[in-house]
Design a protein around this ligand. Structure first.
Ligand SMILES: NC(=O)CC[C@H](N)C(=O)O
Length: 217
């Protein structure tokens, strides 16, 4: 897992990855070499204080060239929230952008999602069309693209931010091993963290990864 100045989701991701039986290390972006890792998670936060646009400055680092190389090699790469913004800014998610939420506010709440692509290393443990709960926490999460993406990984059941096509997460059009999503699966992977009436809808992201890595993805 990669840490930039302002990343804040790294400890939570490392914790759940270990909880699901895998090893995980947090690596400072200056020291990051992709060849050392089987999979990469770009955790959420406020890298470089969201200056310019969220994820834009992180996308210009050498560490993100390493991430691109890992994507090209077929390694599973997941961008969560600010990590998704980095993948978009790096150009890995096609002609797309994450704009300010329609209401111009930072939105922090649990939402219901539909899993719409289960052919990625991050989603293969879900049923297609399965509805799950996860929290969102972002200001710049409104998915925009001139054309509907071919592979949408997660869709909002009730769209909170004005994203086109209810997009909450997409598969890279170039690399099917690369997924970006605004909701936070790492905050929804333990029963105890789910509020009343909600379930830990992120668990299967890590179960998917475990299965994918075991089968040599
Ligand atoms: N939780 C996050 O990663 C937030 C992402 C970004 N800082 C935003 O507000 O849009």
């Amino acid at each position: 897992m990669l840490k930039f100045p302002g990343t804040n989701g790294d400890e939570d991701v490392a914790h759940v990855v270990r909880l699901f039986g895998m090893e995980s290390q947090i690596v400072w972006y200056k020291e990051f070499k992709q060849k050392d890792w089987d999979a990469i998670v770009l955790a959420g936060g406020f890298s470089y204080a969201d200056r310019l646009r969220a994820g834009a400055i992180a996308a210009a680092t050498k560490a993100m060239d390493e991430v691109l190389e890992a994507a090209e090699e077929g390694k599973p790469v997941l961008g969560i929230c600010n990590g998704f913004q980095m993948l978009v800014e790096k150009g890995l998610m096609g002609e797309a952008a994450l704009l300010h939420n329609e209401n111009n506010r930072f939105i922090c709440k649990w939402v219901k999602l539909k899993v719409t692509d289960v052919k990625t290393p991050w989603t293969l443990a879900y049923e297609e069309g399965e509805e799950v709960d996860m929290p969102i926490a972002h200001a710049e999460g409104r998915f925009y693209a001139s054309e509907k993406p071919n592979r949408i990984a997660f869709q909002y059941v009730e769209n909170p931010n004005g994203s086109l096509w209810d997009v909450a997460g997409v598969v890279s059009p170039k690399y099917e091993n690369v997924v970006g999503m605004m909701p936070h699966p790492e905050r929804a992977s333990e029963e105890v963290l789910a509020p009343p009436g909600r379930g830990p809808g992120g668990k299967k992201v890590w179960e998917s990864l475990r299965t994918a890595l075991k089968s040599g993805w």
